[in-house]
Design a binder for this molecule. Structure first.
Ligand SMILES: [Zn+2]
Ligand SMILES: [Zn+2]
Length: 141
């Protein structure tokens, strides 16, 4: 599939990358119907936010249709239309239950003190990514 990939400051390319695969039983694959560039992405392009890893697929906000879900996904099914927000959260930890989902204790694989987890960012944000397939071509957000 095609993806917008960060190779370095000022070096962003449209690359061929492997098709998305479910990696965890809580994962989902979403076919994008719309997305946009976020101001946060510009920090990575300009180099004003450190910790980016070459090869990171950029993007973290979109809408689309669920194509595939892992065995532990209960609230979504293939065919559902979804909004993918910028931050990632578990929905069941104390901050999430209080409505402070950007402070989720579980979403960032670097641990609860690592900060807000979001897709397509520096290593400290979890090094997560959104991948999707759009009209036979694949994109990431
Ligand atoms: Zn954003
Ligand atoms: Zn949480």
């Amino acid at each position: 599939m095609k993806a917008v990939v960060w190779h370095g400051i000022g070096d962003i390319r449209l690359d061929d990358v492997p098709e998305p695969q479910l990696q965890e039983p809580t994962d989902a694959i979403v076919r994008l119907t719309a997305s946009a560039i976020c101001g946060t992405d510009l920090h990575f392009v300009r180099g004003t936010m450190s910790g980016m890893v070459p090869g990171t697929i950029l993007g973290h906000e979109a809408v689309g249709v669920v194509e595939q879900v892992g065995a532990d996904v209960r609230n979504f099914a293939p065919g559902d239309r979804v909004v993918i927000p910028s931050t990632v959260s578990c929905g069941y930890c104390p901050p999430c239950r209080e409505g402070n989902t950007a402070q989720c204790d579980n979403a960032n694989p670097n641990g609860p003190s690592a900060g807000t987890a979001f897709y397509g960012g520096p290593l400290c944000t979890g090094h997560l990514r959104v991948e999707a397939v759009l009209d036979g071509k694949s994109l990431n957000v």
